[in-house]
Ligand binder design. Structure first.
Ligand code: ADP
Ligand code: MG
Length: 258
């Protein structure tokens, strides 16, 4: 008898279940579900104020959800958990799930290298020598080896953002969350940063990318999620969502980018 082998479904790395988030009387997330498989690239698009940042911050527990849960490799994450048994503390989650922000968030008084080794030496308690070796590898990968001793104010916006990416990668995360990382950049600097992200996608990095770069999202994503009013209004393949949308509000949203 011949058997047809089917590849095992990739393991879910990070999962949001029924995430609700309120700020005072305002409910900004109305129960969001999203499961991110290993190696998957999911882009989140949607109008300003639709809850994209709040949701991605919940995925890393930078915002505590009011209801629902975050799971990392099947383990529920909680602010009061200490990583016992099948539960994971939020500090531990952040060691596995890196984040890059719109405004870089680099330490202004530290060099590129010092910024990048900060996490590995303080959070992961790696010996400095080992942290420097890993850091220099990623600093070179984002094309900034010769800038290792520069301070952030001596760098362009695109270079600063590449440092922020190297810093996240030096933690050797299982997944990366990117929140509009090119939105604060001059248009001519966007390409160099997207090029780095594209390289990560090609190498199989698991990522959630909040972006307004629609053609980039179409190219690199396995799945595109359209958020509106704190809900997932539509999701699917880049082809279905971005090239042949049938949702009227999604069409209206996308028309702005043409
Ligand atoms: P997006 O990233 O899609 O632009 P956000 O997640 O930043 O959306 O915001 C969603 C909604 O939540 C907006 O109405 C915003 O004003 C509100 N909001 C976000 N953060 C806070 C906060 N810390 N306090 C109060 N309201 C907030
Ligand atoms: Mg945002």
């Amino acid at each position: 008898m011949t058997s047809v082998s089917t590849p095992a479904a990739p393991e879910t790395v990070l999962e949001a279940r029924g995430i609700v988030k309120r700020f005072g009387a305002l409910t900004v997330l109305h129960g969001i579900d999203l499961a991110l498989a290993g190696g998957e690239v999911v882009s989140i698009i949607g109008p300003s104020g639709s809850g994209k940042s709040t949701f991605i911050r919940c995925m890393n527990m930078l915002e505590a959800p009011d209801a629902g849960e975050i799971r990392f490799r099947g383990r529920q994450v909680g602010s009061s958990f200490r990583g016992k048994g099948d539960r994971l503390g939020q500090g531990e989650l952040r060691r596995h799930v890196g984040m890059v922000f719109q405004h870089f968030n680099l330490f202004p008084h530290m060099s590129v290298l010092e910024n990048v080794i900060e996490g590995p030496t303080t959070v992961q308690r790696k010996p400095r020598k080992e942290a420097v070796d890993i850091a220099m590898d990623y600093i070179a990968k984002v094309g900034l080896a010769e800038k290792r001793d520069a301070r952030p104010d001596q760098l362009s916006g695109g270079q600063k953002q590449r440092v922020a990416i190297a810093r996240a990668l030096t933690m050797q995360p299982d997944a990366l969350l990117l929140d509009e990382i090119t939105s604060a950049l001059d248009p001519e600097l966007v390409g160099e940063v997207l090029g780095v992200v594209r390289g990560l996608a090609e190498q199989g990095m698991t990522m959630v990318i909040v972006t307004h770069e629609i053609s980039f999202a179409a190219d690199v994503s396995d799945r595109v999620v359209f958020m509106e009013g704190g809900r997932i209004a539509e999701q699917g393949s880049p082809d279905g969502i971005l090239r042949n949308p049938d949702n009227e509000r999604l069409k209206t949203f996308l028309a702005r980018f043409h």
